[in-house]
Design a protein around this ligand. Structure first.
Ligand SMILES: [Zn+2]
Length: 318
C-alpha cells in the first residue's frame, strides 16, 4: 500500500441552493433525476450521461459517445451513478461533485468503483469525489427501502470483521491484510453507533441520517487507512455478489447485503436479533431473494469464493 485516500469535502445544504456556473456533465439515472430535478435548476448542464450498467465496456462506450466540452461532473443518484461518475471523472480528469439522492451505499465516498466482471464484483481504483453535497431533506424523501439502506455497508462490519478475525485465527490473512486489533475495535465501535441511529435514520430524521453518514464515513476512512476492506467486507458481500450473479442484476445493494448479513451472521454463530432490528428499522427489504436462490447460492459459495480469489472467510468453509 502506498496511498491513503481521503474523504470528500462535505457540504450540508439544500440542493436548491446550489449554483454551478461551470459547464456540467450530469451523470444520473432517470428515477433519481426525476425525483430531484426541480431542486437542481442551479446546475449549468451541458451534457447528460445516464448509467444503467456497471461494466467497463458500457462505461467506455458511454464516454466515447460523449464529446461536449465540460468542466465538472455532477453525479446525481445512487451507488451505480456514483461509481460510473468516479470512473468518468478519473478518465476525463475532471473534478467530481456527488449528490446522493439516498444514503443507499458507501460508494459516494470511496476511492474505487465496483464493476461486474466474470460473474463477480471487482473494485477498480478511480477517484474520490472532491465534494459531496448532502441534502438531508432530500434523502429523507427518498423511497423508504433505499433511504438509509447504506446501513448495510456499515453493518457488514458484524460479519466482515468476524471473517477477518476468523482468517487470522486460521492463519489465512496474506501479507498486507494482517489482523489489526485496534482497527477491529474501531470497526466494532462504528457498528455499535450505527445500531443507535438506525431507527432515526430509517424514518428520515435529519440527525439520524447525519449519524448514518458519519458512520459510513468512518467505516470508509478506516478501510482507507489500512488499504483494504476486510473490516467491512466479507462473506456477506461474497454471498451478495454470488446471488446477484445467479439471479441476474436488478436488486439494489441493500436488498442483497441486508439479508446476507443475517444469513452469514447465523452461520458464524452470532446472535442476529440486534442486526435484524436495525435492518428493519432502516426499511431494508429482507425477503427479496427467493428461498431456493438462497439455498443454491449457499451451495456454490465456497467454490465461488475460491474461484474469484475472495479473501478468506466463513464462505470458504461452508
Ligand atoms: Zn457494500
Amino acid at each position: 500500500m502506498n496511498k491513503v485516500p481521503n474523504l470528500p469535502f462535505v457540504h450540508l445544504m439544500p440542493f436548491v441552493d446550489i449554483e454551478e456556473k461551470r459547464e456540467v456533465l450530469l451523470v444520473t439515472s432517470t428515477p433519481a433525476w426525476n425525483a430531484v430535478k426541480d431542486s437542481l435548476r442551479g446546475l449549468n448542464i451541458a451534457a447528460t450521461i445516464e448509467v444503467i450498467e456497471a461494466t467497463i465496456e458500457n462505461w467506455d462506450s458511454l464516454l466515447t459517445r460523449h464529446d461536449s466540452p465540460t468542466e465538472v461532473i455532477y453525479a446525481v443518484g445512487g451507488g451505480l451513478t456514483a461509481d460510473a461518475a468516479k470512473y468518468f471523472a478519473s478518465k476525463l480528469n475532471l473534478p467530481l461533485v456527488v449528490l446522493p439522492t439516498a444514503l443507499s451505499v458507501d460508494a459516494f465516498i470511496t476511492a474505487a468503483s465496483g464493476i461486474r466482471k466474470d460473474g463477480c464484483v471487482y473494485y477498480i481504483e478511480t477517484k474520490v469525489p472532491e465534494r459531496l453535497i448532502l441534502d438531508l431533506e432530500t434523502v429523507a424523501k427518498a423511497p423508504a427501502f433505499i433511504r438509509a439502506a447504506g446501513i448495510t455497508d456499515v453493518m457488514s462490519i458484524a460479519t466482515g470483521a468476524w471473517d477477518w478475525k476468523f482468517a487470522h485465527e486460521q492463519g489465512k490473512n496474506p501479507q498486507g491484510m494482517e489482523f489489526i486489533p485496534w482497527v477491529y475495535d474501531n470497526a466494532q465501535s462504528i457498528l455499535n453507533s450505527v445500531f443507535d441511529c438506525a431507527e432515526a435514520a430509517g424514518r428520515g430524521d435529519s440527525d439520524g441520517l447525519k449519524t448514518l453518514y458519519d458512520c459510513l464515513a468512518m467505516e470508509v476512512q478506516l478501510c482507507n487507512q489500512i488499504g483494504h476492506s476486510r473490516p467491512e467486507e466479507g462473506s456477506e458481500h461474497y454471498f451478495a455478489y454470488a446471488v446477484e450473479n445467479e439471479m441476474g442484476h436488478g436488486l439494489p445493494h441493500g436488498d442483497l447485503v441486508g439479508p446476507a448479513i443475517l444469513l452469514i451472521a447465523k452461520l458464524q454463530g452470532q446472535d442476529t436479533s440486534r442486526l435484524e432490528k436495525a435492518l428493519k428499522a432502516c426499511n431494508v427489504p429482507l425477503n427479496n431473494i427467493p428461498q431456493e436462490m438462497i439455498e443454491r447460492t449457499l451451495k456454490i459459495l465456497p467454490d465461488y469464493s475460491r474461484k474469484h480469489n475472495l479473501s478468506f472467510g466463513i464462505a470458504h468453509t461452508l
